[in-house]
Write a new protein. Structure first.
Length: 380
């Protein structure tokens, strides 16, 4: 049994909290409110838009500056929340530190210009990463994460029964609350069917045409629904990486789930887990250090593939292949090594062996992640 500890981004939020508002985004039930409340000393520093008394205080902009730090939760439900926050910040910026948590609507600010520009910093909170659960990154911690996922409630309970119940409740809330708040979707029952189908699509090139036929809706509708599910942090997609020397696929993408524990197939489960941890790595370097990060995959026109490529400031920095076996190097690594400018290739597995040649480093997943954790720091 593990005691869930401090999130890695907390100290960086603390450093920036005095300079501007802090927005904390991420999936439902990932621990955003818990993280925000960790900066408070008293209950009266927390304001929830769903509480009528708190709402009245928020709308009138009358806060006690003696509180020093306040948390505003569920504020996105107010249709003029951007204007409200702008007014709050401009009025109290020298007297109050403000943390804001909420739905995917907060994330829309990061993707375009807005009236709050220069007034906030956005941090994405992920499910627990391996080093956050166990600083030593032991195999037992990996196995726990693979079985129960990285969301705090099922991870803390570590009960298969409680995980199943939690998953049912979370999916129901995603469909009937988050989607309803974000978009007027008429046929929620078909989105439930889409969610049921997605675990079987993990790790393979995603076919919108196939989903269209299964759901009996237009390709545009499927694409729109997939985008909505990404916006509310149910799933995420990655694009292919290509070079002039490589005849790669250009339009296909691969889909993964934020709750990787939904998957039953062991190979797909491990690949989704690694994808999620690499996405954590990318978002950390973006949110803390301001680098432009991308997670992609390699696949050519005849099906040769490497699972992941991490790109930093438009340059690939390493590629990762996930394997269940531990002794044999994937034959695709030498092929892509000759045809891409990717400087480092890794093959990770759940075994114990480790070896290295001029083509790649083959190692247990935990050893690979320990190397990445050393890179998760604030830069000058």
């Amino acid at each position: 049994m593990y005691l869930l500890g401090e999130r890695s981004i907390r100290k960086f939020i603390a450093e920036d909290l005095n300079d501007r508002m802090i927005f904390i985004g991420g999936p439902r039930q990932v621990g955003k409110t818990t993280l925000a409340k960790s900066f408070l000393q008293r209950k009266n520093q927390y304001f929830n838009w769903d509480d009528t008394t708190d709402r009245a205080v928020i709308k009138t902009h009358k806060f006690d500056v003696g509180l020093r730090t306040i948390v505003l939760d569920e504020l996105h439900k107010y249709f003029r929340w951007r204007t409200l926050l702008k007014g709050l910040y401009d009025k109290y910026k020298s007297e109050l530190s403000i943390l804001v948590t909420g739905s995917a609507r907060l994330d829309t600010l990061r993707k375009g210009g807005d009236s709050l520009f220069g007034r906030y910093r956005y941090f994405r909170l992920h499910p627990f990463a391996l080093h956050e659960l166990d600083s030593n990154c032991n195999r037992k911690a990996t196995e726990t994460l693979l079985q129960f996922g990285g969301f705090p409630e099922p991870l803390s309970a570590q009960s298969p029964r409680k995980y199943r119940l939690w998953k049912q409740e979370r999916i129901a809330r995603v469909v009937y609350q988050d989607l309803r708040d974000l978009d007027m979707v008429k046929d929620l029952s078909k989105i439930e069917l889409l969610i049921d189908a997605l675990p079987s699509k993990v790790g393979s090139p995603l076919s919108v045409q196939s989903l269209k036929e299964d759901l009996e809706v237009s390709p545009n509708t499927v694409s729109h629904w997939l985008l909505l599910l990404e916006t509310i942090y149910y799933s995420f997609r990655i694009l292919p990486y290509g070079t002039p020397k490589l005849r790669g696929i250009k339009k296909a993408n691969k889909l993964y789930l934020w709750d990787w524990a939904e998957l039953q197939d062991k190979g797909a489960l491990f690949e989704n887990f690694v994808a999620s941890q690499l996405l954590y790595y990318c978002h950390f370097l973006e949110d803390v250090n301001g680098h432009a990060m991308e997670l992609r995959f390699l696949r050519d026109s005849v099906g040769r593939e490497i699972d992941f490529v991490v790109i930093k400031n438009k340059k690939p920095i390493f590629a990762v292949e996930c394997k269940s076996g531990e002794n044999q190097l994937s034959k695709h690594i030498p092929y892509f090594r000759e045809r891409t400018p990717i400087p480092h290739f890794y093959q990770v597995h759940l075994g114990k062996s480790r070896f290295k040649d001029d083509r790649a480093s083959v190692m247990p997943w935990e050893d690979f992640w320990k190397e990445r954790v050393r890179e998760l720091r604030a830069e000058p």
